[in-house]
Design a binder for this molecule. Structure first.
Ligand SMILES: Cc1cc2nc3c(=O)[nH]c(=O)nc-3n(C[C@H](O)[C@H](O)[C@H](O)COP(=O)(O)OP(=O)(O)OC[C@H]3O[C@@H](n4cnc5c(N)ncnc54)[C@H](O)[C@@H]3O)c2cc1C
Length: 329
């Protein structure tokens, strides 16, 4: 029982987020070195399907299925997870570097007086069960390799698309129901509702199709043509650091070393030069299409399909054609 590898399997509306499958896959890889069991920690309500989806990815699932876990509150999650961690003493606890992960993990680490590395872009495990975490610092100018002292569990949140998802159909995790461990008087927050931001699309790290424009788009208002293209093919809109630094786009949409890693089935880049800092974030995309006026733009070295041309002509024409083709299907 002691020394398991644990992953918090974040879910939304009963659907487990991709990052959880990525981290469990990494956990299984680590366990081949260390001989540990891998467990998913699943909290929420109405989680039967979510638990089922996790079974090929873990040895155990600790299932805390109770209305008090929906929606997420730091107090309810902290009390229950901290109590379980004290009881089972896993050597490692991983979670996504999502807004929930960034809220929960520092609280847990403080509560348990253990070490926590946020926002990792790489993890490696020694045979002695000691984790080394890699994370960018100073806006991605340097990477730090961080080792843990003796306190356990070693805790880290990891960026999306750092690890590949490896399903193992022969694995079938045992589901272990656990009662909530909450003192109702200690839950100090009550979430009264959620409001989706107008026009909000899937986060670029979760989207199957990402279309991005870089500085070649020339002005913030010109992103309208990218939004139109994205709407036509159900894509999310990403960008480069250049436009974020100009204040044209939000940091949450930045792809690359100091932004996010994406893992889209189709990535289309328009007016993106292809600097190494940017392409570091697209390494696991399946198909890359690039459009740039400069035939020597570096982005063409990473593209499966390239068009030398003006994005202001190509994007609207592509949008119209895709709408036409898709409406005739
Ligand atoms: C420590 C550090 C971290 C960084 N992290 C990141 C990161 O996470 N992500 C990131 O993206 N960058 C990052 N950068 C910046 C990176 O080095 C590049 O400066 C940046 O990616 C360039 O953005 P861009 O391609 O939009 O702009 P540019 O390099 O200016 O390229 C614009 C491109 O648009 C083309 N173009 C112009 N007009 C048109 C048109 N009408 N039609 C088609 N093409 C056109 C041009 O030919 C050019 O290729 C980082 C830099 C540092 C130092």
């Amino acid at each position: 029982m002691p020394n398991e590898i644990w992953v918090t399997a974040e879910q939304q509306g009963g659907k487990v987020k991709k990052i959880a499958f990525e981290l469990l896959s990494a956990g299984i890889d680590f366990s081949k070195k260390t001989g540990q069991e891998v467990a998913a920690l699943l909290l929420g309500s109405g989680l039967e399907e979510a638990a089922k989806s996790l079974t090929p990815f873990a040895d155990k699932i600790y299932l805390l299925d109770d209305p008090s876990f929906t929606p997420y509150t730091s107090d309810a999650y902290l009390m229950s997870i901290a109590s379980l961690l004290k009881e089972h003493q896993p050597s490692l606890l991983l979670g996504g570097a999502t807004s929930t992960g960034k809220d929960l993990f520092p609280r847990l680490a403080m509560h348990l007086q253990t070490g926590y590395v946020p926002d990792c872009t790489g993890l490696s495990m020694g045979e002695d069960q000691k984790l080394t975490a890699r994370r960018p610092l100073f806006g991605g100018k340097v990477f730090a390799e961080i080792a843990f002292s003796e306190a356990r569990p070693q805790m880290a949140t990891v960026r999306n698309n750092t690890f590949l998802v490896n399903e193992n159909p022969n694995r079938s995790a045992k589901i272990i129901p656990v009662s909530p461990r909450i003192d109702p008087f200690s839950v100090r927050k009550k979430v009264t509702g959620f409001e989706r931001a107008a026009g909000a699309k899937l986060d670029i790290t979760e989207a199957d199709i990402v279309v991005a424009a870089g500085r070649g788009i020339k002005a913030p208002e010109n992103f309208k043509i990218m939004e139109d293209l994205a709407d036509a093919i159900n894509a999310s809109v990403g960008t480069t650091r250049a436009t974020v630094d100009e204040g044209w786009r939000d940091l949450k949409d930045q792809i690359g070393k100091s932004g996010k890693n994406i893992s889209a089935k189709l990535y289309m880049a328009f007016g993106v030069s292809g600097a190494i800092h940017h392409v570091l974030g697209i390494g696991t995309c399946k198909t890359v299409v690039a459009v740039d006026t400069d035939p020597n733009a570096l982005i063409f070295n990473y593209a499966d399909y390239g068009i030398v041309g003006d994005l202001f002509q190509i994007v609207p024409a592509l949008t119209d054609e895709l709408k036409r083709v898709l409406s005739s299907e």
